[in-house]
Design a protein around this ligand. Structure first.
Ligand SMILES: [Zn+2]
Length: 418
């Protein structure tokens, strides 16, 4: 049975997905790609048309808007966030969304990629979706349900609250953020711009997910300067930075403590890139762990490996810089679980069992929480993100919309703050 939300969510997802809003980590601008503003401007127009207040584009290109509290309700101010960009990892231009209405349980094929199959054998969750309406791309692009499913959910819930003043809820602040996929969506300005007591991102996968643990993350940059000399005269003089780079890699653990050998709550050191020449090499690493002690130990290990390799060749210069990326939001949320408790109650009220796993990654909420606005992550139904097999069920988006509405009413039931 299709609900009114289903029709609206499907329409929104299809309309938003065709807009190319891919971010680009190599670009220094804000937002990283101007095409993201095509999404932002559309959302601003739609928000104004549905009667949202204070619709603005912030200095950081975040679309902000207010759903005023219902008459007489004095509740904490809650933020709802989704991101307008799609992942740089796969082609995102020319997205052609395909709606598979009343999914029959078989393999899904793709018009533009005859060899590609989305199969319930390979992705068992799909086999639970028989009869639902599945949206995919056409085979040559990602779909962008990450996070346009989240955008569609927030917009649909906002429209519903604005049209139904009889639903008692507190003030809700909306934020549609650029550049989440390249880790630049949340700036230090966002807590003040959002002006919420706490917030939720709608940027998760499985129905029921309420996530309040992310990785803690640092980045490592290793620079190696060798001694560059014409190879014809190089005897006893040339120091090849490439060999030293290889030594650093081979000295680091690689049958353990890598992304491909860890899961669950284990952290890792991931060698992301190695570029350069015999004269100079630059290596980029990401360091991840759920606990600070584990993260610090990984930084110390990378430094120690660099020092050890440096000792084998005193004529080379090896530097290792480790910088802060984001922190596990649990460190803050465990001090006051109210935002998580409201979310798990909202999920139960929508007929699902809440699931709180630890995210092997970060969300906009990781940084927003660290900057002072606690912000767990809620599902919006996206599956197989960042590739051509991405899909979302309209009915899962409808479940997330119900959760958003339950959040709104759940907050209004809290004791009023003074
Ligand atoms: Zn996302």
């Amino acid at each position: 049975m299709r609900t009114d939300f289903d029709t609206e969510l499907e329409d929104r997802l299809v309309r938003y997905a065709v807009i190319d809003s891919q971010s680009d980590g190599h670009s220094p601008t804000v937002p990283s790609t101007p095409i993201q503003l095509d999404m932002s401007r559309l959302l601003m127009a739609e928000l104004k048309a549905m009667g949202a207040q204070d619709v603005t584009l912030s200095q950081d290109s975040v679309v902000l808007a207010t759903i005023p509290a219902t008459e007489g309700v004095n509740a904490p101010v809650v933020g709802w966030l989704a991101h307008v960009d799609t992942a740089p990892q796969f082609n995102a231009s020319g997205v052609k969304p395909v709606v598979h209405r009343g999914y029959n349980g078989g393999d899904i094929s793709f018009a533009d990629a005859p060899d590609l199959r989305l199969s319930p054998e390979e992705f068992p969750f799909l086999s639970e979706k028989v009869g639902e309406d599945i949206i995919t791309a056409s085979g040559t692009t990602l779909l962008g349900a990450d996070d346009k499913a989240g955008v569609a959910v927030v917009m649909t819930a906002a429209r519903h609250l604005l049209e139904n003043p009889d639903i008692a809820h507190g003030k809700i602040r909306l934020a549609f953020v650029p550049d989440e996929e390249i880790g630049r969506g949340v700036t230090q300005n966002l807590p003040a711009d959002l002006a919420a007591d706490f917030a939720y991102t709608f940027d998760g996968s499985m129905p029921g997910d309420v996530e309040y643990e992310s990785f803690s993350a640092d980045a490592g940059v290793v620079k190696i300067t060798g001694v560059s000399i014409h190879p014809g005269w190089a005897k006893d003089e040339l120091v090849n930075a490439l060999h030293l780079g290889a030594k650093v890699l081979m000295t680091l653990p690689h049958v353990t403590m890598t992304p491909e050998t860890t899961e669950g709550r284990e952290g890792f050191i991931h060698a992301v890139s190695m570029t350069g020449s015999a004269a100079q090499v630059e290596m980029h690493f990401i360091l991840r762990d759920f606990e600070m002690e584990g993260l610090e130990a990984k930084g110390a290990l990378l430094r120690q490996v660099c020092e050890t390799v440096a000792k084998t060749e005193p004529r080379a210069r090896i530097t290792c810089d480790i910088t802060h990326q984001y922190r596990n939001m649990r460190y803050w949320l465990e001090k006051d679980m109210t935002p998580v408790d409201i979310a798990t109650a909202a999920v139960r009220k929508a007929g699902m069992e809440p699931v709180s796993g630890a995210i092997r990654g970060g969300t906009d909420g990781s940084r927003l929480t660290e900057f002072g606005t606690p912000c767990p992550n809620i599902f919006c139904g996206m599956q197989n993100v960042h590739g051509p097999l991405e899909w979302v069920s309209v009915q899962d988006m409808a479940k997330a919309t119900l959760v958003a509405l339950n959040l709104a009413t759940g907050v209004a039931e809290l004791d009023s703050p003074s």
